[in-house]
Design a protein around this ligand. Structure first.
Ligand SMILES: C[S@@+](CC[C@H](N)C(=O)[O-])C[C@H]1O[C@@H](n2cnc3c(N)ncnc32)[C@H](O)[C@@H]1O
Length: 216
């Protein structure tokens, strides 16, 4: 079974010996891959919608894993079992991810692996406030789109929410932020000077990125 480059990175961030809840499993391909590659892993694959769960069920049967992976209809982590210690939420917008991850349901959660599609700073800020720190993060370029994958454990840290722990020398990071810079420069040429607030926000972002690249 071939996983997308993005989901391969997500899988590489999930530890052996974990009791995992995959929130928004959709096709459950990540869970099938994990069950075949990780040591001593327990998996609940969940989704809020019946159609993805039907596809997931067919895939589990196809790979003969219907007795090893539990499928559950669930909204986010509202009914998360106490036995779960690791959560993965991948392929959703940052706002939805922050709405799903609410403090009172996270008591037993040691590891959180996230792959937001957008709003990366918002996600970093939310997890920081929940009392988790980044131990790994990686930008992934897949089909000319850039995705972020993060791994959190419990802990406190002071971080820059815009860049997180990304290195200014990493190829993917250079590619991602250079694209933002170029898009912003292109937009600045088109936005009339009367839109002062919009133009100022773009200029601030560009300054932030150029400063980041100048760091040693
Ligand atoms: C784009 S798919 C991502 C699938 C997979 N996780 C991946 O990264 O490729 C998003 C899935 O999240 C599910 N979803 C959206 N909101 C949800 C929620 N509140 N709780 C659980 N699943 C949700 C959708 O039904 C959909 O199947």
């Amino acid at each position: 079974m071939k996983l997308s480059k993005r989901l391969q990175v997500v899988a590489s961030f999930i530890p052996d010996n974990s009791s995992l809840l995959d929130v928004g499993c959709d096709h459950a391909l990540l869970d099938i891959y994990l069950m075949k590659t990780k040591q001593n892993i327990k998996i609940i694959a969940s989704d809020i919608n019946p159609n993805p769960l039907k596809i997931a069920k067919d895939n589990l049967i196809k790979y003969n894993l219907q007795n090893q992976i539990t499928l559950k209809k669930m909204d986010g982590i509202k009914e998360i079992p106490k036995s779960v210690d690791t959560i993965v939420v991948a392929g959703m917008g940052g706002i939805l991810i922050t709405n799903i991850l609410q403090k009172e349901k996270l008591t037993n959660i040691k590891n959180i692996i996230l792959a937001p599609n957008n709003d990366f700073p918002l996600v970093r800020k939310h997890l920081n406030k929940l009392g988790y720190k980044i131990i790994k993060e990686q930008l992934v370029i897949d089909n000319q789109k850039t995705y972020l994958v993060l791994k959190y454990v419990r802990g406190k840290e002071k971080i820059n929410y815009y860049f997180g722990t990304l290195s200014n020398k990493n190829l993917e990071t250079i590619y991602y932020y250079t694209n933002i810079l170029n898009t912003n420069l292109h937009n600045l040429k088109k936005i009339p000077s009367k839109y002062i607030i919009k133009r100022t926000k773009i200029k601030i972002e560009n300054k932030r990125i150029t400063n980041f690249f100048k760091q040693k």
